[in-house]
Write a protein that binds this ligand. Structure first.
Ligand code: FNR
Length: 187
């Protein structure tokens, strides 16, 4: 039995009916037995302000950083806004990235999923994320990609992911991510 891989997952939409939050819930259901998913709600994280960072970060930021540090890998579930990364999510990563010498993001394996109502399923946002992960020195899983397009057709009214091919690609990515984390962490 492979060792347990612990993942911190969060979605970059605060909307109650968010497809990205629903995707994170689906990931929790589809997780292999040798992985554990803890989720984090980004809503309490304030806007980044370096003065506040230097005076002592707020509790929500300290909690976020502590949970990142306590997990082996990160699952980022991203909406796409105006062909790019949503502010809520970028803001949280900006907080966690400072100060860089003690950032819990440094060297952390990361996987991306995203859902959009459009045709391209967050591919542009995910491409931009991969650029961000270079500077934060995170080690992103390349494939398989989870790009959920036309999300209205793939979730039911209760926010359950009903599209079986999409459920399968999420399962496949989670298995690949478990292997990626074990490879990078040497266990
Ligand atoms: C969007 N949406 C969107 N979709 C897309 O595929 N590409 C895009 O560039 C954008 N841009 C965009 C900007 C803003 C400000 C909003 C609010 C929305 C639509 C988006 O995919 C849709 O609202 C999703 O439902 C957002 O994700 P959640 O909230 O359901 O997780």
């Amino acid at each position: 039995m492979p060792s347990l891989v612990k993942v911190l997952g969060f979605a970059g939409s605060l909307r109650r009916g968010s497809y990205n939050r629903a995707t994170l819930r689906a990931a929790g259901e589809l997780l292999p037995e040798d992985m554990q998913l803890e989720t984090f709600d980004l809503a309490p994280i304030p806007l980044f302000n370096q003065d506040i960072l230097e005076a002592g970060p707020p509790r929500a930021v300290l909690d976020f950083k502590a949970r990142l540090a306590a997990n082996d890998g990160v699952l980022v579930v991203t909406p796409e806004y105006n062909y790019s990364i949503p502010g809520v999510l970028k803001n949280a990563i900006d907080w966690a990235s400072r100060p860089p010498d003690t950032s819990p993001l440094n060297g952390k394996p990361v996987a991306l999923m995203g859902a959009s109502t459009g045709q391209f399923g967050t591919v542009r946002a995910q491409t931009h994320w991969r650029n961000v992960f270079v500077f934060t020195n995170m080690l992103s899983l390349n494939k398989p990609e989870v790009l959920i397009n036309r999300a209205r057709d793939k979730f039911d009214a209760e926010g359950r992911l009903t599209d079986e091919p999409t459920r399968q690609v999420i399962r496949n990515q989670l298995v690949a991510f478990g292997d990626w984390v074990r490879r990078l962490r040497g266990y």
